[in-house]
Ligand binder design. Structure first.
Ligand code: DGL
Length: 274
């Protein structure tokens, strides 16, 4: 029988930190993952480029039969999601859905902070898009968002350097920069799906009084809630506990690296995206 899985997309490995939580809490749903490793990182790229790459990926997921795609990448969610939802989806197939991760995260961030000062650490693209400032303001007008972009964090993670002295240097530097801007930040959101891989280092340099929020559980709870509210969509997703992994770069490399993010070994296939 043909599978119609949920598509999960990221520029590289980061979305696997989200997929790990999704598959743990939605064990029967079928999932298919695509990492655009050949073109990562996205965080430093222009709007046009991120939009073009993300749209290609969405089209590919639709060709694989996915009725629903989750952009498990803040940069793609911040820069491309709205245009895809408003302009492209109606032309492609209006019965399909593309969801992002900025809004679900913004909708719950208020429950973590007491001082109402939230630090957002993300890629340059996400920070400059101001998406978190805009979305958090909608749900919690009293929260002030203080942002810091960390351009070296994704390359450190993608290149398996997340435990190196280089990681110490860049993690310390950006935490210091963020906290210098406001002494009252009590919550820091890791608004990039790659950053949980730097958690050990982040904890080393973040004062213990500050809550560090990652997105995996938040995005999972939001998707479960979405499917409960849209049973017609849930019915369209096949449930054979199938997981498939694709990368635009070398699948052997992907398979080796992916275990670090996903927590178990995976076999990946290559997809050409031009
Ligand atoms: N993991 C992605 C995010 O959540 C972006 C990484 C990149 O720069 O490609 O923003």
């Amino acid at each position: 029988m043909q599978q119609t899985p949920i598509g999960v997309f990221d520029s590289g490995y980061g979305g696997l930190t989200i997929l790990r939580k999704l598959t743990a809490q939605m064990p029967s749903h079928d999932f298919i993952y695509l990492g655009d490793n050949a073109r990562a990182p996205y965080g430093t790229r222009s709007f046009e480029t991120i939009y073009k790459y993300t749209l290609q990926a969405v089209k590919w997921f639709f060709e694989q039969g996915c009725p629903l795609v989750v952009l498990a990448c803040n940069t793609a969610s911040a820069k491309a999601l709205r245009t895809i939802q408003q302009n492209d989806l109606p032309k492609m197939d209006s019965s399909k859905r593309v969801l992002g991760i900025v809004r679900p995260t913004s909708e719950v961030i208020g429950s973590f902070t007491e001082t109402r000062k939230v630090g957002v650490m993300a890629t340059r693209g996400t920070v400059l898009s101001e998406s978190y400032k805009i979305e958090i303001k909608k749900s919690f007008p009293d929260i002030e968002v203080i942002q810091e972009y960390c351009p070296m964090w994704v390359p450190l993670v993608e290149n398996n350097e997340f435990d190196s002295p280089g990681a110490d240097y860049f993690v310390k530097k950006h935490i210091k920069e963020l906290l210098k801007r406001d002494q009252n930040i009590d919550t820091v959101l890791l608004a990039c799906t790659h950053y949980p891989l730097l958690m050990e280092k982040i904890k080393e340099y973040m004062p213990v009084s500050i809550k560090i929020v990652e997105q995996g559980n938040i995005v999972t709870a939001s998707l479960i809630n979405y499917l409960a509210r849209h049973p017609d969509m849930d019915d369209r997703i096949t449930k054979f506990s199938s997981r498939k992994f694709y990368t635009t770069d070398d699948p052997t490399n992907f398979s080796e690296q992916a275990a670090i993010f996903y927590g178990q070994h995976v076999k990946a296939d290559k997809v050409e995206m031009l």
